[in-house]
Design a protein around this ligand. Structure first.
Ligand SMILES: *Cc1c(COP(=O)(O)O)cnc(C)c1O
Length: 212
């Protein structure tokens, strides 16, 4: 893990590394945290909560939720995570805002956008988000900081770059600072095209125990 961490030391100052720790052990998270990594991302509530619990003493960690948020898990996500990258509908955003207000929280959130057809991924298209953007902005207990996107695996490098560029321009258009894009295989392209958060799992930690 040491060599790889070096790779990320030269990230531009406006780009942050989110270490995606799903499928990784508490020990590995602890190790990276001891090397100065503060942001970790999990994608399943059930897996994440015991890990958060076991790492409670590391209060420098900011926890990000990057997976599909199920309606019945919203309260747990709101209570345990500081940032949510994966808001894929207005309905979910409204629910998160309502529950956050009940919990006296105001999570930072990103809206997941789907800029290419991809049956395996969720997210709003540009048209969909534009049509409900006003309603999103009226939600008072979430702080919308950016957009998140995942490039379909079928894309070639230049097609991915175009997609990342579109995400950056769309965020700029909405006056949002953050773009959460780029993973182990495409983070360099995402940084080049204007990511502010890269979500890197296997490249940082090695292979996961479970693949999701
Ligand atoms: C698993 C996951 C990642 C990290 O994937 P790697 O290929 O291991 O870097 C990033 N973003 C999301 C949404 C994920 O689910």
């Amino acid at each position: 893990m040491d060599d790889i961490k070096k790779k990320f030391e030269s990230l531009p100052s406006d780009v942050s590394l989110l270490a995606v720790s799903k499928g990784q052990s508490v020990q590995k998270i602890r190790y990276l945290a001891s090397k100065g990594q503060c942001n970790f991302g999990e994608s399943r509530v059930q897996e994440a909560l015991p890990k958060l619990d076991a790492l409670q003493d590391l209060n420098q960690i900011t926890w990000h939720f990057i997976g599909k948020v199920q309606a019945n898990k919203v309260r747990q996500v709101v209570k345990n995570f500081n940032v949510i990258h994966s808001i894929d509908s207005l309905k979910l955003a409204s629910r998160i805002s309502r529950i956050a207000s009940e919990e006296f929280k105001k999570p930072k959130v990103m809206i997941q956008v789907k800029l290419r057809e991809d049956p395996n991924k969720s997210g709003l298209s540009v048209e969909e988000l534009l049509s409900v953007w006003k309603e999103f902005k009226q939600l008072t207990s979430i702080d919308i900081i950016g957009l998140m996107t995942i490039a379909p695996i079928s894309l070639k490098s230049d097609e991915r770059k175009l997609l990342f560029r579109e995400c950056r321009l769309f965020a700029d258009h909405l006056r949002l600072k953050d773009c959460s894009m780029g993973m182990s295989n495409d983070w360099e392209e995402a940084v080049e095209m204007g990511a502010t958060w890269i979500r890197v799992g296997s490249l940082l930690f090695g292979d996961r125990d479970n693949h999701n």
